[in-house]
Write a protein that binds this ligand. Structure first.
Ligand SMILES: Nc1ncnc2c1ncn2[C@@H]1O[C@H](COP(=O)(O)OP(=O)(O)OP(=O)(O)O)[C@@H](O)[C@H]1O
Ligand SMILES: [Mg+2]
Length: 224
């Protein structure tokens, strides 16, 4: 098995050297293999989102090593870092982070337009992603006219449109009714069955128990 993600003694401090300095991760180590389906659980404030943001390369850390496919993230140039984030990682934020007055299609086009690679048939690719999450017919609807579950699907479509090898989702079912959340979980499972590494932060034991492995964080440390 290929070890895709390796964290060694990661320390995350918010506002370092300031009066409001706060150490959110106290030396987190973990390995996640290619193709795993992992749940990250823990109480509110434990450090789940912090960990996910570091994994997604959208936040820094003060100590420790993070490597993806054997490459140390801190040795990457700005450009390589941006490329990894855009092409290898699909991140679904806790609050969706959609552009509300863009249509579903326009939101899904964003990562394609940001890519350094020349991409042909962007619109077709975006529509394929929307189809994969079951909302192709909503492509032209502005996001502020969509339901919570539909927005969640747009956020997932946007995360998968570049066919990333790693999908990170922060509470993707937190605001959904149980039926919609079961459907969204099926979607993640099928993405995982296609060979993608999927990491889901969740408070819901029903979601966690469907994952191959559960990582529990408490007060900035992995406890099991
Ligand atoms: N930008 C920030 N500046 C200062 N402290 C922060 C910042 N973001 C998070 N923290 C603190 O770090 C700790 C971990 O926060 P984090 O958002 O990772 O928790 P979480 O496990 O995702 O919680 P939740 O389940 O509520 O989403 C919390 O104590 C939080 O107050
Ligand atoms: Mg969080």
């Amino acid at each position: 098995m290929i070890i895709m993600i390796k964290l060694e003694n990661i320390v995350k401090i918010y506002n370092p050297k300031k009066a409001n300095e706060f150490e959110a991760l106290h030396g987190v180590s973990a390995e996640i293999q290619d193709g795993e389906l992992v749940a990250v659980v823990g109480k509110s404030g434990a450090g789940k989102s912090t960990l996910l943001h570091i994994l997604a390369c959208i936040d820094n850390y003060q100590e420790g090593e993070y490597s993806i496919d054997g490459t140390l993230v801190k040795n990457l140039s700005e450009r390589q870092y941006a490329n990894i984030r855009n092409e290898k990682i699909g991140m679904i934020m806790q609050d969706f982070a959609l552009v509300e007055d863009f249509t579903a299609l326009e939101n899904v086009l964003i990562p394609l337009n940001f890519s350094k690679k020349r991409i042909k048939n962007k619109k077709e690719k975006a529509l394929t992603a929307l189809k994969a999450v079951g909302i192709e017919e909503l492509a032209k609807k502005p996001c502020n006219k969509l339901s919570g579950g539909q927005k969640q699907r747009v956020a997932i479509a946007r995360a998968i449109v570049n066919e990333p090898s790693m999908i990170l989702a922060d509470e993707p079912t937190g605001a959904l009714d149980s039926r919609t959340s079961a459907e969204i979980m099926e979607l993640f499972k099928s993405l995982n069955q296609q060979g993608r590494t999927v990491i889901i932060v969740t408070h819901d034991p029903k979601i966690a128990e469907q994952c191959g492995r559960i990582i529990e964080i408490s007060d900035g440390e992995i406890v099991s």
